[in-house]
Design a protein around this ligand. Structure first.
Ligand code: DGJ
Length: 773
């Protein structure tokens, strides 16, 4: 017997619970939520409706009534699971595409090997609650008011609609329902999964844990786990380790994504065969708050990966009729190595998730004032910089920190988003007009979620910050975190930003966030709701971003968190680019950018050319080296242009013109990490190939020549082997008698021989299929 509920019914139910019900919200909050949910429909793929992506072709979802097997097939991937005799969802297969004629037998739960090993743990559970003797990480854990904490979910019904599958589960006894949603992307085979728990009992309950999904991998003892770890100014370090039975907990307890570890993973098999050959299962969470991903391997070498809200210190009380939606967990499979896995993710981010997915245009070359002026901004100084920036071909001028309130250092002003009248006596209009007259658009730095104790806002509303009343408040960079979960705080933040964007001709916001949470108290709501802060804060952040985008559709936004501490697939659906690191040293940056590219598309990554010697390491490098390093992403200039020589301006102008020519390939193309920057090697090479293989761009870097050794041959990838490609050296030179044109096969097998000698040298070249321009 199937209970088939249409998605519309489910949605109506979800909305009515969020908007009304017994825990009725204020009218303002209801209005905001209604707008937020409407915007979530306009911005597909966001948390609230993880199944709402536009229908796509070439993916297939089927259910076999006899075997009770679900098959999801898209691109080169098949994902299969079934309903077993205990009515549990049991994973079957995830990997290379199978044929429709390949029959899959009905699933049977596994028996435990002893009384210590209960069957529920030995069975590969697709989504499992804490109950019935579960020892592995549960997808959901609930405490009921009567003391019961046992929950056992069983299959009830399902619905298939285009590329979406939703499955309804219910507890064996209680009216607690969980709806699982699967949305598959036809182009990449990437699955988006989320879960919604619904309290249809007559009493309140508390959700202690809610994960979006569990991914089960084939049992094997040779998995290599890849993770991205870091710190401020040292983000995106790739860590690789062999999986062993046990549990690895990846987590942020910081209230936001964090840079200590990014919510991304990859598990590879067959790594010895290299970047383009291993089998790779990869995934990333779309959530910008505290998060967790648990990776467990049991004695039988079965691997399961469970991810969603962080369970530490958070919980979510649901009154009767209320529901809670998990974040979305995205995952995919690549049979051609880590290189392909990254390219699939890049494509998915750019084509399915990014706000610009339908109307992509190249990221503009921007100038940012931070490293040039610090807090010392004023009208004359910024105008002088703008003139110089325009002269080299910059398209967007961004004024960073220092323009508002009493912001002369990081000790004051955050929260007071009024223009500093000493620095800008006539407001921002004269500067913006000047920037516009120079042919650039104007961008502005904001850090709207924060407040300094020395600010009018804090003096007026000391209760607005995250805090436990009467307890000390820990500051970071002299600032505290506003509790965005509070409706009045959310309204204030939206109001100041909307006012700024309505008052001035602003094309771009750099949205900064320079500390993590401490003392996460929310005392203005009932005790039992205070731990909702972890979820409601982030929902309101997403709501503000969505509402601003709807009200100001031409404004673009960069997500910055003192560098790359808020980069994830959630924020990337509401922002156009990210700032990966405050570390702008062009050599360090090669490794940072390389790590970033494992999970995120180069086109989403802003990268500035700054001063030499660089403030991070005191390292001196040529302007050319700095440019070529930054040209691997979205190019920006952050140097102080005032002392530049005529020669510097000339070099910059040429390189920016070159960049504009190649940026669609760099920003949107397929990335091949030909030689990765690492401590053991002085070389680093990337290649970006246009999706239609008409053009390719290669960047090569040398840290330092040793023992007179020549640069190793570089074998290109991804070209059409039979087509002829003409080579154009943009910067640097090649060794020997190199033909100006040759087949794709020649460049991929004979290779390129760069003439790079000395320290911090770089070269760039463009390959074009003959006949193109
Ligand atoms: C941290 C950012 O990462 C920097 O680029 C700059 O915007 C500063 N904040 C400004 O305070």
């Amino acid at each position: 017997m199937f209970f088939i509920s249409t998605r519309r019914t489910v949605e109506r139910f979800r909305w009515s619970k969020m908007l009304g019900g017994k825990n009725a919200m204020s009218r303002g909050r209801k209005r905001f939520l209604l707008l937020y949910l409407l915007l979530m429909m306009i911005l597909p793929g966001t948390q609230a409706l993880c199944a709402e992506n536009a229908a796509q072709k070439n993916a297939e979802i089927s259910y076999d009534q006899q075997t009770r097997i679900f098959r999801i097939t898209a691109a080169d991937t098949s994902y299969i699971f079934g309903v077993n005799e205990r009515q549990q969802l049991q994973s079957v297969y995830w990997g290379q595409r199978l044929f429709a004629g390949d029959t899959i037998a009905a699933v049977q739960s596994a028996g435990g090997s002893s009384s210590f090993d209960l069957p529920i743990n030995a069975t590969q559970q697709e989504y499992v609650a804490w109950g019935g003797g579960l020892y592995v990480t549960p997808d959901v854990k609930i405490s009921f008011g009567d003391g019961n904490r046992d929950l056992v979910l069983q299959y009830v019904s399902h619905q298939i609609e285009g590329n979406h599958l939703s499955i309804l589960l219910k507890d064996v006894q209680r009216e607690v329902f969980v709806t699982l949603t699967y949305t598959v992307d036809a182009e990449t085979g990437i699955l988006a999964r989320c879960a919604q728990v619904e309290n249809r009992t007559k009493a309140a309950l508390t959700v202690e844990e809610l994960n979006a999904a569990t991914w089960n991998l084939p049992a094997a003892s040779d998995y290599q786990l890849d993770q991205l770890t870091g710190k401020w100014a040292g983000e995106w370090n790739l860590q690789r380790s062999l999986m062993h039975p046990g549990k690895i907990m990846m987590e942020s307890r910081r209230g936001s994504t964090g840079d200590e570890i990014n919510p991304w993973f990859a598990l590879e098999r067959g790594v010895a065969q290299g970047e383009e050959s291993s089998d790779v299962w990869f995934g990333a969470l779309g959530w910008s708050g505290s998060w967790q991903i648990a990776i467990e391997q049991d004695y039988a070498h079965q691997v399961r990966i469970t991810g969603g809200y962080d369970g530490f210190d958070s919980s979510y009380r649901l009154a009767p009729g209320e529901s809670l939606q998990s974040p979305t967990f995205y995952a995919g499979f690549a049979q051609h190595g880590m290189g392909e896995a990254s390219r699939l993710l890049h494509r998915y981010e750019l084509h399915t998730l990014a706000p610009q997915r339908a109307h992509w245009h190249p990221r503009p070359v921007l100038y940012n004032s931070w490293e040039a002026t610090g807090f010392d901004v004023d009208e004359a100084g910024q105008e002088a910089l703008a003139e110089k920036a325009a002269s080299i071909g910059v398209e967007r001028f961004v004024m960073d920190d220092g323009w508002f309130g009493q912001r002369n250092s990081d000790h004051a002003g955050l929260g007071d988003w009024n223009v500093n009248s000493k620095k800008f006596p006539h407001g921002l209009k004269p500067l913006i007009d000047k920037v516009r007259s120079l042919g650039m658009d104007f961008g502005l730095w904001v850090e709207p979620e924060m407040v300094n104790a020395d600010s009018d806002l804090y003096r007026a509303h000391p209760d607005w910050v995250l805090n436990f009343p009467g307890r000390p408040r820990t500051e970071g960079r002299n600032q505290m975190v506003l509790n965005l979960a509070r409706p009045e705080v959310r309204d204030y933040v939206y109001g100041v930003l909307d006012h700024l964007l309505s008052s001035y001709d602003i094309a771009f916001l750099k949205w900064d966030y320079n500390r993590n949470w401490s003392e996460p108290g929310w005392s203005s709501v009932a005790m039992e709701n205070q731990k909702k802060v972890y979820v409601d804060y982030v929902r309101n952040l997403y709501g503000i971003l969505a509402q601003l985008r709807a009200a100001h559709p031409d404004v673009e936004i960069e997500s910055c968190s003192g560098g790359g501490a808020r980069v994830d697939l959630g924020i990337l659906q509401l922002t156009d680019e990210v700032w990966p690191s405050d570390n702008t040293d062009p050599f360090d940056r090669l490794a940072i950018q390389n790590g970033f590219s494992y999970a995120y598309a180069p086109g989403l990554m802003m990268s500035w050319v700054t001063d030499s010697p660089n403030w991070v390491n005191g390292r001196a490098t040529s302007l050319l080296y700095r440019f070529l390093s930054s040209m691997q992403g979205s190019l920006g200039i952050g140097a102080n242009l005032k002392p530049w020589t005529a020669e510097d301006f000339k070099t910059a102008k040429t390189l920016i013109a070159q960049y504009k020519q190649i940026r669609p390939i760099v920003q949107q193309g397929s990335l091949f990490r030909l030689i990765e920057p690492n401590a053991d090697s002085p070389y680093a090479v990337t290649e970006s190939v246009a999706r239609d293989k008409q053009q390719a761009v290669v960047f090569a870097f040398l840290h330092s020549s040793q023992q007179g050794l020549a640069y190793p041959p570089v074998y290109l990838r991804g070209l059409d082997p039979e087509a002829s490609y003409r080579i154009k050296v943009l910067d640097g030179s090649l060794n020997g008698a190199v033909p100006t044109s040759a087949s794709g096969s020649f460049w991929m097998h004979y290779g390129l021989h760069f003439n790079l000698r000395g320290d911090y040298q770089a070269a760039a070249l463009l390959l074009e299929k003959e006949g193109v321009q």
